[in-house]
Design a protein around this ligand. Structure first.
Ligand code: NZQ
Ligand code: ZN
Length: 386
């Protein structure tokens, strides 16, 4: 086990009817800015629940945050928050709204310069407005982590940052609000969660036995729940289970004691979203099996463990079990309803590989758990996603 420090201060308020708790979670002394997306919360009753819970609070709104939130939109919200003396940001939506709100929280208190410097890793985050969330889409784990992913129109970039200043003070997780999700978003959330766990779990380096078992528990739960949510989208127990999986998938607990993490799939996936507009979760379904096939030798031991513990594959040597496990993973993604090949999107793997490799190289980014995968390997990986 590697040394680690684990600190996660996010209060999770989970279950039916819990949006009413907002009243006690946010002080009535501060002005609140409610941030939201393209309007789903106004159609499914979430907006009314939030307004009712905060009836006694001074509240302003900023709506229209896009999926894959844009820097330009966040800067408008930050200017409004500053001008109106907002003291607390309440994000109500999916990962995009939560991520945008983290960036708004930083930008609203940013001194001189352009807060994009933070996305480029050129400046650390010094401060952020306090924020909380009402999560409506289980997928990213943003509700219980420090990360945010923001896209910038003028440069076509999609970059991530993280800071302990950006932990939500609380996140309300009411599984009932997920009933209104289009099935495509439910599918995206399952794949995103699965990928978050795998990025932390699937490296041969070192061992953290309990953390590995916890990761396998999330993976197994996803495998069990996915067909259930497809068969009966109105099953509360399944929705609740998926919601908690997504949060645990990326709240830091699955990184405890882990020697190295991968994140190659996410790095390539973000570029595919920036280039082709494919939903985040869907890019991962295309790229993750390709990364694992490319790296099968260096990940063989853990892949064989994953094969046995998640898929009950015990026949054959470690190499054969590892290969079967990758096939199983890809078949699982397809069973969820998500395409796993670039061809399914009419995208040429050679062109995509070239573009992704160039974009990462331009930023000097090397990927994989050892940071040794460069443009050549990126092209090879993308080629495997044909
Ligand atoms: O905008 P509205 O109208 O709210 O509609 C949204 C949006 O169109 C809709 N939706 C959300 N909750 C709903 C609902 N529709 C009906 N009923 C509900 N209850 O779903 C659509 C997609 O929402 P979005 O927030 O974009 O999806 P998701 O949660 O998958 O977030 C994706 C973003 O998170 C980033 C991704 O890169 C992407 O930008 N990520 C953030 C991470 C983090 N902060 O840790 C890690 C992830 O790996 C990921 O990169
Ligand atoms: Zn993700």
């Amino acid at each position: 086990m590697n040394n680690f420090t684990y600190y996660n201060p996010v209060k999770i308020v989970f279950g039916k009817g819990m949006i009413a708790e907002l009243n006690t979670l946010i002080s009535s002394d501060v002005k609140v800015m409610l941030t939201f997306g393209g309007g789903s919360i106004k159609k499914n009753g979430v907006y009314e629940q939030v307004r009712a819970a905060l009836a006694g609070h001074a509240l302003i709104e900023f709506g229209g945050i896009e999926a894959n939130p844009r820097y330009e939109t966040c800067m408008k919200a930050a200017a409004q928050a500053k001008a109106e003396g907002v003291g607390f940001l309440l994000a109500v939506g999916g990962g995009s709204v939560l991520d945008a709100t983290k960036f708004i929280a930083v930008a609203a208190l940013y001194g001189k310069g352009d807060p994009w410097e933070i996305m480029e890793g050129r400046k650390p985050v010094q401060a952020a407005l306090p924020l909380g969330s009402v999560l409506t889409l289980p997928a990213t784990g943003s509700e219980m982590n420090t990360f945010a992913v923001i896209s910038r129109d003028s440069t076509g970039e999609k970059l991530a940052f993280g800071s302990p200043h950006c932990y939500p003070k609380f996140s309300i997780l009411d599984p009932e609000v997920t009933f209104s999700l289009p099935m495509r978003q439910v599918e995206n959330g399952i794949i995103d969660t699965f990928a978050h766990v795998m990025e932390q779990y699937l490296c041969d380096e070192g061992s953290a036995p309990l953390t590995e078992r916890m990761a396998e528990a999330v993976l197994k739960t996803l495998v069990e729940e996915a067909p259930k949510v497809k068969a009966d989208p109105d099953d509360y127990a399944v929705r609740a289970s998926l919601m908690w999986c997504a949060t645990v998938g990326l709240n830091g607990s699955l990184g405890c004691g882990v020697a190295v993490q991968d994140w190659a799939t996410h790095m390539i996936g973000h570029e595919l979203t920036a280039l082709y507009g494919i939903d985040h979760g869907r890019t991962l379904a295309v790229i993750m099996p390709a990364v694992h096939r490319h790296e099968i030798r260096r990940k063989q031991k853990r892949l064989a463990q994953y094969a046995a513990r998640v898929w009950h594959i015990t026949q054959g040597d470690a190499a054969a079990r590892a290969a079967q496990a990758i096939d199983k993973t890809e078949a699982f993604f397809r069973s969820v309803g998500v395409p796993t090949r670039l061809g399914d999107y009419g995208i040429s793997e050679a062109e995509a590989g070239q573009k992704v490799a160039e974009r990462l190289a331009k930023r000097g980014v090397m990927i994989g758990e050892f940071g040794d995968l460069g443009p050549k390997e990126v092209r090879e990986i993308v080629a495997l996603a044909k």
